[in-house]
Write a protein that binds this ligand. Structure first.
Ligand SMILES: [Zn+2]
Length: 678
């Protein structure tokens, strides 16, 4: 949903429904749609997002330790605080309770600022010296494999084991484009003031970190130049994010031998062994020309430059976890990228890190303490209602042939639904976590994740794995799994609340459910069949009709100006925008079947339909720092909050009727310009 692959979102709530249930009388008084947060001086048809959220936006600036602030962030902050409570408790019980030893000692190691300070960059020193002593490109590549297998954070060589898109019953190795440190290739290639400013700050960051690891001023500058040259060359070889959305273009199957023929510096068969990828005869390469360029650069550029580059990968990957001088440099550079005013407090940083690395251990404790099991049941009912409504809508589509409809329905009915938390938790027994080795612990967990991944080779596909942890405020659709997934923590207000009326729950989590389902039928998802395989189930005519409708959605979103000259990239955000439009339309129709809708009684001054759309807008309220906004426009496949709230509305008749939107209102679109796809 939010920054989530197919993820729904990337993300005020003050009411923590599950943990601290307020007294009954307070619940009754709670306003799920609170006029205090609205700005009724703005007409709904002028800017619905501001009408619904104007006062909230004025009164809730981005806190110093954040880069944006909205419904998702408020809940994420609540999750982090809860994790922190669990971890503090685990830390004090780690010695006597084996169940919490790993997360407790991990937390202790991360909070041991004096111990971390005393070590300086000692934890990576031996690795840097080892790289200095390398004598050949082969040696360099071996070192890359060693770092990868042993969990040293590093961005060169993205290698993973995942389902084969064309035969999802099997795992296959996949090699992606990678190797740059800035958030997108554009930062290296564009010459506007924003990009050049960031490059300048990056050069200082490089120089400063090299100085901190013992290089003299001149050496540090020279090293920084070398890294910049290599990363710029790699950036040039990368595909754009829009190109990467094409699942066929990024599916290039090679035998190891054929791949080796395209990259003379690398014998992939034996290199695969070094990467612990054994017993596989082929590999999928996302961008073959990137690998070719990387290979050419390996022989064209001086080995010393490559060694410096690899050292940089090790230094920058470790910087946030070393002594204060490294952490500060890392933060100062991130400030230029994101605009964040103050550093995130250490306990929060450590809590999020452990959620990301031992998530199933921490997630179990989170679910026990903070999740109400009844919510799962209620959620299953909502998902089923939405699925049924979606099916009815497909049957009624006026632009699609019966043949394609039938296959679409098969796909919809084949959805796997995962709600709240996994049925099977990961076992981390083989990881040794120590109280006094923070970076070592990070590497241990990375190493475990890598080995767990390669251990899947040759085994049946494990469908119980989750791509998000329970305390995550998000949701996702996986095309190869044909599954929709909703972690426990998103089942909170404003998405969902037991005590809220249906309008609020359907406008919140209902639209989120519809969003994830529609991902199965967006510009990417529709190319996968119900089995999860990439295979075309559309007639040519229906596919053409879909594309021309989708092109109109691209044009609508291209029109949103975000920041000075920056516009939404309608092509990059197409999948998410289609999911929002489909999701909201399906959720609304499902809502019309509820008793609340049928009774039509106002609550707190608003009709059921008004409350439905007001909560939809409430979900997307968000203040974002301009620097972060500029970055998101380039890298985030999700549109900004205002575009997500307003974008689908202009295409939905019920919204016009509910708020009496008329010709002449800024958001008004004539009926023939309203886009209906799903
Ligand atoms: Zn999404």
């Amino acid at each position: 949903m939010r920054s989530v692959g197919k993820i729904l979102i990337a993300a005020s709530v003050s009411v923590c429904l599950f943990a601290f249930t307020p007294p009954k009388d307070k619940i009754k008084k709670k306003k799920f749609i609170d006029p205090v947060n609205m700005d009724q001086s703005v007409k709904p048809g002028e800017n619905f997002y501001l009408y619904a959220n104007g006062n909230w936006l004025k009164n809730n600036p981005v806190p110093a330790s954040q880069t944006r602030w909205g419904s998702f962030n408020e809940l994420a902050q609540l999750s982090t605080q809860r994790l922190q409570t669990l971890l503090q408790d685990a830390a004090s019980n780690a010695a006597k309770n084996p169940k919490v030893q790993k997360i407790g000692d991990f937390y202790t190691s991360g909070m041991d600022s004096a111990g971390i300070e005393a070590k300086g960059y000692q934890p990576i020193k031996a690795e840097l010296e080892k790289i200095s002593a390398l004598k050949s490109v082969d040696g360099l590549l071996d070192e890359v494999a060693y770092l990868r297998v042993n969990g040293v954070p590093m961005s060169l060589l993205s290698i993973s084991i995942g389902q084969d898109r064309k035969d999802v019953t099997k795992y296959i190795a996949q090699i992606g484009q990678s190797g740059i440190s800035l958030p997108d290739r554009d930062y290296y290639l564009k010459n506007d003031p924003r990009s050049t400013g960031i490059r300048k700050a990056y050069a200082s960051y490089l120089t400063n970190l090299f100085s901190l690891t013992g290089k003299t001023g001149a050496e540090a500058t020279k090293s920084a130049d070398a890294v910049m040259r290599i990363e710029t060359a790699l950036a040039k070889a990368q595909m754009s994010r829009v190109e990467m959305r094409d699942p066929y273009k990024t599916y290039n199957k090679f035998s190891w031998n054929d791949l080796s023929a395209t990259t003379p510096s690398i014998n992939w068969k034996s290199y695969g062994d070094k990467l612990m990828i054994k017993g596989m005869d082929s590999v999928i390469v996302q961008n073959p020309s990137f690998l070719k360029s990387m290979d050419l650069l390996l022989s064209a550029l001086p080995l010393d430059d490559w060694k410096t580059y690899l050292q940089w990968q090790v230094i920058s990957g470790a910087a946030p976890y070393l002594s204060n001088d490294f952490v500060k440099e890392n933060f100062t550079f991130n400030q230029v990228l994101t605009g964040q005013k103050g550093m995130t407090p250490r306990p929060e940083r450590i809590s999020r890190l452990i959620d990301g690395s031992l998530g199933d251990l921490l997630g179990q404790l989170y679910v026990e303490k903070y999740f109400k099991p009844e919510a799962k049941q209620r959620m299953q009912e909502l998902v089923n209602n939405l699925q049924q409504t979606f099916a009815d809508r497909i049957k009624k589509l006026d632009w699609m042939s019966e043949e394609t409809k039938q296959r679409g329905l098969e796909k919809l009915n084949a959805f796997t639904k995962k709600i709240a938390y996994p049925d099977k938790w990961k076992d981390y027994a083989t990881i040794a976590i120590r109280k006094d080795d923070f970076l070592g612990n990070i590497q241990q967990t990375n190493k475990f994740a890598y080995q767990e991944m390669v251990s899947r080779i040759g085994k049946p596909v494990d469908k119980t794995i989750w791509g998000m942890t329970p305390p995550t405020i998000n949701a996702y659709y996986s095309p190869t799994g044909n599954e929709i997934v909703f972690p426990a923590a998103i089942l909170q207000f404003p998405f969902f609340d037991f005590d809220a009326d249906d309008a609020v729950n359907y406008g919140g989590i209902g639209a989120v459910i519809g969003h994830e389902m529609t991902h199965g039928f967006d510009d990417q998802g529709r190319q996968y069949a119900g089995s999860g395989n990439l295979s075309d189930w559309w007639t040519k005519e229906d596919a053409d009709k879909f594309k021309s409708r989708a092109d109109r959605v691209v044009a609508q979103y291209n029109d949103f100006t975000v920041l000075d000259t920056l516009h939404v990239n309608g092509r990059l955000t197409l999948g998410e925008n289609l999911a929002d439009l489909g999701g909201l339309s399906i959720a609304y129709e499902a809502f019309t079947k509820t008793p609340e809708f049928k009774a039509g009684k106002k609550i707190d001054g608003f009709t059921p339909t008004q409350r439905f759309f007001l909560n939809w807008a409430q979900v997307w309220r968000s203040n974002t720092l301009p620097e972060t906004q500029a970055q998101l426009i380039l890298v985030d496949p999700h549109s900004p909050g205002m575009a997500r709230a307003n974008g689908p509305l202009v295409n939905i008749d019920a919204w016009y009727d509910a708020f009496n939107i008329k010709e002449g209102d800024k958001m008004y679109k004539p009926k023939d310009e309203r886009i209906r796809i799903w």
